[in-house]
Ligand binder design. Sequence first.
Ligand code: ADP
Ligand code: MG
Length: 230
Amino acid sequence: LRMELNHVERLGLVGQMAASITHEIRNPMAVVRGFLQLMREKSPSSLEHYYRIVMEELDRANGIINDFLSLAQNRVVKMELSGLHEIISELTPLLWADANLRGQSIEVRLDETAPPLMLNHKEIKQLILNLGRNAMEAMDEKGKLTLEMKRESDGVELYVMDTGPGIPPAQQERLFEPFFTTKSKGTGLGLSLCLSIMERHGGRINVKSEEGVGTTFIVFFPYAAERIEA
Ligand code: ADP
Ligand code: MG
């Protein structure tokens, strides 16, 4: 509980700053990117390598700003009664395409009989995409991603399972910290965002991981009625 409060406090500070900063930084960056593109077209090909690095780094910075902005929007979001399976169905083609490019396989097990939940579509889509992409990034081309829904007595659980290398225990404790990343091109904001999304949904997100076996993120959504009582 103490960890969660700290997380919320940290996001509160982050939120106040981010909203005003992001806009001011995004615009000049878009201009820089545009002119860089023009310069690239008129430059000798010997410079191509440098342009690629500059573009990648610009895009990475832009990714951080986008994630940061989502984190900052720690406001009350609009919740609608909806089926989790519908959201996952919408995302499946996207995840398939991503996995196919990597030569990985995907299995999706939906439960269409699960009661509807109070959700914000956009946020839950982002959550599932973040978890799915992390899983794919962790695995080699023989990897398999499984999404599974399970109805429980008090809510619905979503399992995002991978057959990747797993996460060492010392790292597991830090996963949800803003900017914690082990990737050279990572922002370290994906899981932090997932945690704040689940806090807003009155749910939970947990990780179970075994080195050499794989990692499972377990996301719990309480039933709408449970939330009204709470
Ligand atoms: P990013 O993906 O930008 O690094 P995230 O917040 O999404 O940031 O993830 C933080 C870190 O958690 C990753 O850098 C990685 O070390 C670890 N991680 C997340 N998901 C997995 C997974 N499925 N398997 C192994 N490691 C993971
Ligand atoms: Mg990520």
